[in-house]
Design a binder for this molecule. Structure first.
Ligand SMILES: [Zn+2]
Ligand SMILES: [Zn+2]
Length: 293
């Protein structure tokens, strides 16, 4: 199994998960053009994408899912409430686009193609080839937000962004994940000193908003204390204004060291471009090396 972060953050979230000839996207929050370009840079054509799994209906996660589904027939998989809310947004965008075109051409045309959608209930599992994707509920202020774990060839990954607090159902999947993509959205001090409107700051810091560095560090400490050091961890969905990669890593390492977890490698998934790739073969090889010595 191979996982690539194509983009992470409020300007667009999109991850490519590949296993045994099956390619899926977890979220599709970039424009269709950027998604196709980033995929090409990973050697994958958009026609090779078997499905798009949506975590929730915020635009930084679903931006191009409707367009890609209509254009290429790619199934968009999510729970019922998320699909309903997403369709509402996509339809609105299509109407606006059709009106723009009509102003130029003088002719109002019906948009072509249809959405290919499939319901995956919260807690459900979907198998595609040898890849198994499971949905796990999280606390976030969209229609019905979930995160996903994906399993293939005996390895597991989890993408856990867009949650306001840690709830019990996330821990079991975290303990068993070789790759953990974990939100570290903001530094709480920075957030409260920022010029953002008060209601927005309260929303971000609430139990239905986003994880602060401190909350993420607590989650990570619990995971490592329960299940050991053998996880690859990427920090993700960092706020451009209220966090920065260096400080997030420094703060998280300080928290880990307070729990006697030293020299733990943390990487940061970047905004607007492909930044990190995890290959299960490499981590299996590393585990084998550790075992050998
Ligand atoms: Zn988001
Ligand atoms: Zn969100």
């Amino acid at each position: 199994m191979k996982v690539t972060s194509l983009s992470s953050g409020s300007s667009g979230n999109c991850y490519l998960v590949q296993h045994d000839g099956t390619n899926v996207l977890i979220d599709s929050g970039l424009t269709a053009t950027a998604t196709e370009r980033h995929l090409r840079s990973c050697g994958v054509a958009i026609q090779e994408i078997s499905a798009i799994f949506l975590t929730h209906d915020h635009s930084d996660h679903l931006r191009s899912a409707g367009t890609l589904s209509r254009k290429w027939g790619i199934p968009v998989i999510a729970n019922e409430k998320t699909l309903k809310a997403s369709r509402y947004r996509w339809d609105k965008e299509v109407r606006v686009e059709a009106l723009k075109q009509a102003q130029k051409s003088g002719v109002l045309t019906e948009p072509r193609g249809f959405y290919n959608t499939e319901v995956l209930p919260v807690g459900g599992v979907k198998s595609l080839g040898g890849l198994e994707v499971s949905s796990v509920p999280v606390s976030h202020d969209a229609a019905d937000t979930v995160c996903y774990t994906f399993r293939g060839g005996g390895q597991q990954g989890i993408i856990l962004t867009d949650l306001g607090c840690a709830t019990e159902p996330i821990f079991e999947p975290l303990y068993h994940s070789d790759l953990i993509v974990l939100e570290a959205n903001h530094d709480l001090q920075k957030l409260f000193k920022s010029n953002r409107p008060q209601f927005l700051k309260s929303r971000i810091a609430s139990d239905h908003g986003h994880l602060s560095n401190e909350q993420s560090a607590k989650i990570l400490c619990r995971v490592i204390e329960w299940s050991g050091l053998n996880h690859t961890v990427w920090l993700a969905h960092l706020s451009e204004e209220n966090n920065d990669p260096k400080n997030a890593v420094k703060y998280m390492n300080m928290c880990l060291e307070n729990h006697d977890i030293k020299n733990f490698m943390l990487k940061v998934a970047l905004r607007d471009k492909p930044s990190l790739t995890w290959d299960a073969q490499d981590s299996l090889f590393q585990a084998q090396m550790l075992f050998d010595f």
